[in-house]
Design a protein around this ligand. Structure first.
Ligand SMILES: Nc1ncnc2c1ncn2[C@@H]1O[C@H](COP(=O)(O)OP(=O)(O)O)[C@@H](O)[C@H]1O
Ligand SMILES: [Mg+2]
Length: 269
């Protein structure tokens, strides 16, 4: 299998198929204590990449899925009450700093603006985390790394990442993999035969080229892997594509019919 050359996957290192020089960039950034920003559509491998790099570098990974209610306290920590007494509980960012780990903030533009107050001093050369509530200021060890990601397609103008924040990061732009790479991913992830995997990748690429207003997000590698998983498990290929690759993209029946035509055209049954 051609995939083995890229896999570098040990039992503890999740498989990641690079798209370009991103693994090299990440290693240099980590070694030089620079934070990294990853942009890209959903399901294109951002999370897998960070998991792979954390394992390769042997650092604990703290992943936070950001949402519009996520506050600085959710990242840093808070006082909790238990057994009639209050005690301090570290948030994921604080833990990553203490342990020299990697803190990965997924969809960072969703987070509340007060989070930038803690991210700024950590992402420039001070590398400190002031914890107001306890009066402590942590100096991040050299192994600590901050990684953030967002999907440029989702953002509205108000939410875009502030220039003063983004200019602190080394930036990586991800997209869906090249067909040969995406086939390797599908084969390695699911064990589907290469021929069928090629077909699914071809299908996904044709679907991505369709310009339909009702499709907000293109068919992702994640969805291709899901379809492949169902087929590998013995499910009917056309139905697998309908359920795993088509239905998640839209609720509009005309759009769905259009997508199913592409499925029939590519799978030929
Ligand atoms: N480059 C890649 N190498 C290995 N697997 C990948 C890659 N890109 C996508 N995948 C597959 O797609 C799935 C979704 O990727 P994920 O990293 O969760 O996407 P994102 O975080 O960008 O939304 C993964 O679980 C994996 O099966
Ligand atoms: Mg993700």
């Amino acid at each position: 299998m051609a995939t083995q050359a890229f896999a570098a996957a040990t039992p503890d290192t999740p498989f990641y198929r690079p798209q370009g020089r991103e693994t090299e960039v990440f290693r240099h950034a980590h070694r030089n204590q620079l934070p990294v920003l990853i942009k890209g559509p959903t399901g294109c491998g951002k999370t897998r990449f960070v998991e792979h790099m954390a394992a390769e570098l042997g650092r604990p990974l703290y992943t936070v899925a950001c949402h519009d209610d996520l506050s600085a306290a959710d990242l840093v920590g808070r006082h909790l009450i238990g057994d009639g007494a209050t005690y301090w509980s570290d948030g994921p960012l604080t833990r990553a700093v203490r342990e020299g780990g990697i803190c990965y903030l997924d969809e960072v533009v969703e987070a509340r603006k007060d989070t930038t107050v803690v991210l700024h001093p950590l992402s420039d050369d001070r590398r400190i985390l002031p914890i107001d509530r306890t009066g402590e200021t942590l100096q991040a060890p050299p192994e600590f790394m901050l990684v953030v990601s967002y999907n440029p397609g989702y953002q509205n103008l108000l939410k875009g990442m502030k220039t003063s924040t983004r200019q602190r990061f080394v930036g990586l732009r991800f997209n869906f993999p090249e067909p040969a790479a995406e086939r390797d991913i599908v084969v390695t992830e699911t064990g589907l035969d290469a021929e069928r995997a090629d077909q699914l990748v071809e299908l996904a690429n044709r679907m991505r080229r369709l310009e339909d207003h009702d499709i907000e997000e293109a068919a992702s590698t994640r969805l291709v892997v899901h379809a492949a998983t169902l087929i590998r498990d013995g499910f009917d290929p056309v139905a697998a594509c309908e359920n795993a690759l088509v239905e998640p993209l839209s609720d509009d029946t005309e759009t769905l019919d259009g997508l199913m035509e592409v499925v029939h055209a590519v799978l030929g049954d």
